[in-house]
Design a protein around this ligand. Sequence first.
Ligand SMILES: *[C@@H]1O[C@H](CO)[C@@H](O)[C@H](O)[C@H]1NC(C)=O
Ligand SMILES: *[C@@H]1O[C@H](CO)[C@@H](O)[C@H](O)[C@H]1NC(C)=O
Length: 334
Amino acid sequence: MEKFGAILGVALVLLLQGLDVVNGRNEDICRLFSNNTVIRDPESCSQSITCIDSVSYYSTCTGSTPFFDKDTGKCVKSLSTSTSSCSISCADRAKQFVADPKSCYGYYYCADEETALYGTCPQETHFNATTQMCSRQHESDCTTSTFEYCSIVKNGVNFDNLQGCNMYHVCEKGVLKDKTCSKTYYQASTGECVSKALVDCDAHPLPTDVCGKASKPYENKFVADEATCRGYFYCAKQKDGTPDPNPVWNQCPQDRFFDASSQMCITPSSVYCSHDRCDGRTASFVVSATKGCRNYLSCSDGVTVSERSCGNYFFDDQQGACTPSVQTYTACKT
Ligand SMILES: *[C@@H]1O[C@H](CO)[C@@H](O)[C@H](O)[C@H]1NC(C)=O
Ligand SMILES: *[C@@H]1O[C@H](CO)[C@@H](O)[C@H](O)[C@H]1NC(C)=O
């Protein structure tokens, strides 16, 4: 019985985590933006967010300039409604409260017909324009619309698209565009396309025909992810006989590389792979994929720092050192 309770608990936690991912509420939006980018808070027309090391730092526009303008990065008296969905009007609402269109907990107090002062309801309460009060969340039927990135980010700023390691977004004239790094991955912290090994990302793009062609689909087979030496996709057999359109990605444990021919995770020196061979390795020096087995890589935090040569010697991957005895690893086959 106790065991069942524990299992149920785990299932519930997983379910809740799943919901968080969907809502994205507990995930900091700044994970998408490069260092020191300033955006408007998606949940307020009056708050800005400065992203520092992927963490959100909030500032609030107050007084006679209560609105945050994402294009100029300044607090302003009013926003032109064409470029934002932050249209709050105090006309005929002097000395009243009006709801913030961006969140359930925000409101504006109209000091007069032109001055809107931003405020927020206490934790776990929602603002209700009818009653002019903050009331408990469960009594409220407020829901806010999903935000559009281009209403919070200024034009020309790159930001991450979590759909794929190589994908990112940019707003051009207020329209969200999808962009792709060619042969590289998008690094959110710098806003640039960089070598795949430098980006910690599991959403590897599917290689072309990853699970075979329509005429010859792979069924219940593991295939390389073509981005890392440890990662692989599992192509499940489909009922209708088509290639698996959504193979699941996974990776070998530490110090093992994926080997397509044996369909197993094996010793790295037995696998030819030209992606970052330092990924998932505990050793500081590992044999390089360069032909002849005389070169080795210097690794730091699972990333290649440099490639060096043993000169006339060979690199011994077990000992992590140059030796005079000939080495003929599959990893560096001629
Ligand atoms: C990000 O910006 C902050 C503030 O300018 C700076 O202190 C920090 O070192 C930067 N982080 C990186 C990784 O450059
Ligand atoms: C505001 O309160 C009124 C009266 O209690 C209620 O009928 C209405 O549904 C509430 N509005 C929201 C958005 O919760």
